[in-house]
Design a protein around this ligand. Structure first.
Ligand code: IVH
Length: 679
């Protein structure tokens, strides 16, 4: 048996080999060995480490995927601010930028570093003595979110730098999803009968903000490094190009498409080439970034409030192509809204093949005057979903007719109506409409809602086809025996689905509210509502006025919630969910209110208080069992007015609601509702 010291030596050797081959593969794009040989090295290291856990190091290439992170990503303050860039959209604007810069510097800069603008998400990665210690999103530029565990899983991000690294440095770059990885991911989604992801950028951003690093690791993300942030130690660097060369030597992935040019003509040539080669790369780009190369010139040019004067982003225009509009069909969504969409002769635009595009509503179809048989212009820009711009009228075939919304739903045969004052038509079939039901169930089980793993379109379709469910509540009374007979469903898969369903019975009220698909109520509004009401029955019993008084909830949302709650079909559904054991009420917050001194009291806070932040004042009321809402109504118990109060004070006076100053508020917190003035 080999001695432990031999084993440790071999492990160290393997780590070095693996890091070397990773560098050849990811950074130099020039692998020396085949994938299978690389895998063999990694497996050998994994085997050794499994037998000798005491020799595992955090930087070992086997340690990229860690345990899931908690609920929130911790805030990270960047040592140096992450600026964004000013945009220009034409060569004239680019010339104006260059002229301004020349004026500020009182001469022409000595050269420009031209780079592709990668369409991904910016991160700042901190290395201490060559070891990766933290990765953070850009956030507002000053503070981002800690996404270290997820960024560690990206193989193209070295955990250890090569050669002599500085004591501390922040490296900035763009994390992206290669187009090929995106297409593979969507092919898998299609196989599973799941909804395709919209574009590589959003998918990359979502992957970096995953709670489970193992999921991020599956997404094959990559990075291009393009900027240095704060640095302590390291060589004297005179130019951006030199800096990038140095980062490349440290093992970081620097884009080989970067180019140093001498003047405006050079920049324009780079832009022209970038436009022509736009889809030649395995990553999406949405422009060109031009940076003054000399770091001394950069310092002399300085910054405006939000961006450097020494750099600019030239935004590429959205791409347009023409294709045949084969048909206009309609979709009935989860809320019953009817959306027409264009069925297109497949066309390659903006780097992807486009076969359908939304037309939003009938008014939009007529405003654009697109007709079946038309040759239409299709546009796709970066992270925007494909859009039909309009028809090429000169190519319109004779007899092409204006499209109208059908009078009845093609899925259920019920009438389609256009509610007064609304743009969106609706199917009146309710849950009897199979299209609506399918979308509703899919949404109900989706990740942001009840999060029932394994209940995607494919399973929803099976359950509907077999008549096993007719509404979301039926999910919770599914019979495992009934499922066992179907093709592809064995003990394990049925067991997994049953466990996922069971877990979903106990989701927070906010998720349930999201899942119910109340029009205009998404995750954010649902969380606000759940914080205030803590219970679905309480929300459904609330009046429109009560709901509109909540900060962050507007009158249209309030009307939608009240209308939804009054619909007998929804009332029945909620009763059925309760009967199936779905939790409708959140437990008392941590330890419950400390007291009930302010039970039944509803307050509004306006203006600035000396002794409390707005959140602090709210927490103080809530800890005593009271409620704080955003606007004043007759039901408001009292308004607390600090310095510079807003219109809420005026409103309180109009309605005769008692107004408290800060000392009176403090007394109220101490003595409870008894301290309130009579009123
Ligand atoms: S440099 C101070 N270079 O574009 C300069 N940014 O608004 C900081 N981006 O937030 C940015 N490719 O997310 C730079 N080659 C590149 C880039 C790039 C993409 C993104 C980055 C930044 C945004 C600029």
């Amino acid at each position: 048996m080999p001695s432990v010291s031999n084993v440790a030596e071999r492990a160290a050797e393997l780590r070095e080999l693996i890091n070397h081959h990773n560098y050849r593969y990811y950074v130099l794009d020039d692998p020396e060995i085949a994938d299978a040989e690389f895998d063999a090295l990694l497996r050998e290291l994994q085997t050794i480490e499994a037998e000798h856990p005491e020799i595992v190091t955090p930087e070992s290439p086997t340690q990229r995927v860690g345990a899931p992170v908690g609920d929130a990503f911790a805030p990270v303050t960047h040592r140096q601010r992450m600026f964004s860039l000013d945009n220009v959209v034409s060569l004239e604007e680019l010339e104006a930028w260059q002229a301004r810069l020349t004026r500020v510097l009182e001469r022409e800069p000595s050269g420009y570093a031209c780079e592709l603008k990668i369409d991904g998400l910016a991160v700042s990665i901190t290395y201490e003595n060559g070891r990766m210690v933290q990765a953070a999103t850009r956030g507002d530029g000053v503070t981002g979110e800690d996404v270290t565990a997820n960024v560690r899983t990206i193989e193209a991000v070295p955990l250890v730098l090569r050669g002599a690294a500085p004591a501390l440095m922040e490296v900035r770059g763009e994390i992206y999803m290669p187009v090929s990885a995106f297409e593979e991911l969507n092919a898998r989604q299609a196989e599973l009968g799941e909804r395709p992801y919209v574009n590589p950028r959003n998918t990359a951003a979502g992957s970096v903000r995953q709670k489970d690093p193992a999921k991020t690791a599956e997404r094959n993300l990559s990075i291009w490094v393009y900027q240095l942030g704060h640095i302590e130690g390291g060589p004297d660097l005179a130019t951006h190009t030199e800096t990038m060369g140095w980062l490349h030597d440290l093992g970081l992935r620097v884009n080989p498409a970067n180019r140093l040019v001498a003047d405006l003509a050079g920049i324009e040539a780079y832009v022209a080439e970038a436009l022509a080669q736009r889809h030649a790369n395995d990553y999406e780009t949405d422009g060109v970034v031009v940076k003054v190369d000399s770091l001394a010139d950069q310092r002399a040019a300085g910054f405006t409030a939000k961006s450097p004067r020494w750099a600019v982003a030239y935004k590429m225009p959205p791409e347009e192509k023409t294709t045949l509009l084969r048909d206009i069909q309609i979709n009935v969504g989860r809320t019953g809204a009817v959306t027409p969409y264009a069925v297109l002769e497949p066309v390659f635009v903006g780097g992807v093949s486009v076969t359908t595009a939304t037309l939003h509503n009938e008014g939009e179809v007529q405003r654009k005057d697109v007709r079946i048989g038309d040759t239409v212009i299709v546009r796709r820009a970066g992270d925007v979903i494909p859009e039909v711009v309009g028809p090429v009228e000169s190519l319109r075939p004779a007899g092409a007719e204006v499209w109208h919304m059908p009078a009845t739903c093609p899925f259920c045969g019920n009438t389609i109506v256009l509610p007064e004052g609304e743009a969106k038509a609706r199917c009146t079939g309710g849950f009897a409409c199979p299209s609506r039901l399918r979308e509703y169930l899919f949404h109900f089980a989706s990740r942001g809602a009840m999060d029932i793993e394994g209940l995607g379109y494919k399973t929803v379709d099976l359950l509907l086809r077999e008549g096993l469910i007719a509404d979301p509540a039926d999910i919770f009374t599914l019979d495992r025996e009934a499922l066992l007979g179907f093709e592809g469903w064995g003990d394990v898969s049925v067991g997994n689905l049953m466990a996922a369903i069971d877990a979903a019975r106990d989701r927070p009220v906010a998720r349930l509210v999201t899942a119910l698909g109340i029009p205009l109520v998404g995750g954010t509004v649902a969380r606000t509502l759940a914080r205030v009401f803590r219970s679905l029955p309480a929300l459904m019993a609330a009046s429109e006025d009560e709901i509109v008084a909540i900060e962050g909830v507007g009158p249209e949302i309030a009307r939608s919630i009240a209308g939804w709650s009054a619909d007998p079909e929804n009332v029945r559904l909620v009763e059925k969910l309760a009967a199936a054991g779905v939790r409708l009420v959140d437990p008392e917050p941590e330890g419950g209110p400390a007291s009930d001194l302010l039970a039944g009291v509803t307050m509004v806070i306006t203006g600035t208080l000396d002794g409390f932040s707005r959140d602090g004042a709210k927490a103080a009321v809530e800890a005593r069992g009271g409620k704080v809402v955003g606007s004043v109504s007759r039901k408001t118990t009292a308004v607390v007015a600090g310095a510079n109060p807003g219109s809420k004070l005026q409103r309180a006076e109009e309605l005769g609601v008692p107004v408290l100053d800060e000392p009176a508020f403090s007394t109220l917190l101490e003595r409870g509702a008894d301290a309130l003035p009579p009123g």
